[in-house]
Design a protein around this ligand. Sequence first.
Ligand code: NAD
Length: 355
Amino acid sequence: MSVFEHPSFDNHEKILFATDEKTGLKAIIGVHSTARGPSCGGCRFWSYDSSADALNDVLRLSQGMSYKNVMADLPIGGGKSVIMKPKGEFDRDALFQAFGRAVEALNGDYITAEDVGVSPTDMMSVHKMTSHVTGLPEGKAASGDPSPVTAEGVFRGIRACVKRATGSEDMTGIRVAVQGAAGHVGSYLCGHLSKAGASLVIADMDPASLQKHHDEFGAMIVDKDVIYDQDADVFAPCALGSVINPDTIDRLKVKMVAGAANNQLANLEMGGELQKRGILYAPDYVINAGGIINVMGEIRGNFDPEWVKGKLAGLEATLGEILDRAENEGRPSNVVADEMARARLEDAAVAKASA
Ligand code: NAD
């Protein structure tokens, strides 16, 4: 397994491989950039087939956090962590405490929070070992589960795309295919969409977990393998990454792709392929920044919901700027967004070096 030569290494400042035999911890923490402040990003708890898969995931995710945080104009850098789910029985509290010790070893260069498979209760276990943790369910500035705010940002992103495509923000009758609809973000997103008058076609791993959405929102449940083939206006990926790939792209019948999942494009070229097919793509890290904005509210102290709201409106403005540039220059929106993010990171690195 190569590290420095890894295609997604991208000059990560630090990568910490943490193991703990007693609890079964195998974790990787990626600190991509601290140019704008301590790196911050969630911890993913997942059954990886190999440590190479875990490394690949953490490198792509932590780079994405640098881009996300800088595009949301937050004074934090980009980092992320993954814990490989142990096979068999394990003590969850002890495992997350061991992870907390690894976070503490980075002396504040990395601040952790929830990501896929991790709950606010897990963050309380981490908190027993380090103060460099957010997304806590209790305490003075606690911001709790970031998912509802992420969902609100994604909803705003979808609505902005719809406005571009139809000339109106009216979501009545707009059909959205939500992948991962039973998840934390997916569930809240379905609520927003339904309230705004959109019709839903939804999929998740276990269709039974979607019955509530069917009853509450009149959503049509489909098998997870056919969510790409739906006659819909928007495809909203809210499960895992790399879902826009050579095997799925030609199955899409939608006009827009906008969702919560990180790293939706399997590779950069997929952005160009979407553009060629006339599909508008809202760069994932731009519209799914609501959760980290919420977390930032906690880091600032004295959690202020009005500040969070202002930042969510800022995401829409940034998306508009990216989509305008992409349209005017005839370039894929993901390429334009990456370019803007990298330029801002370079400016921050120069400012930090000369400070
Ligand atoms: P989650 O684990 O609660 O939800 C993911 C859902 O996707 C689960 O219900 C799971 O069963 C489902 N799923 C997995 N594979 C699937 C497949 N092949 N087809 C259909 N469904 C499938 O996670 P979450 O917190 O809701 O996050 C969802 C995505 O959004 C992730 O990619 C995450 O990194 C990203 N994200 C989350 C937040 C947040 O605030 N939670 C913030 C930014 C980005």
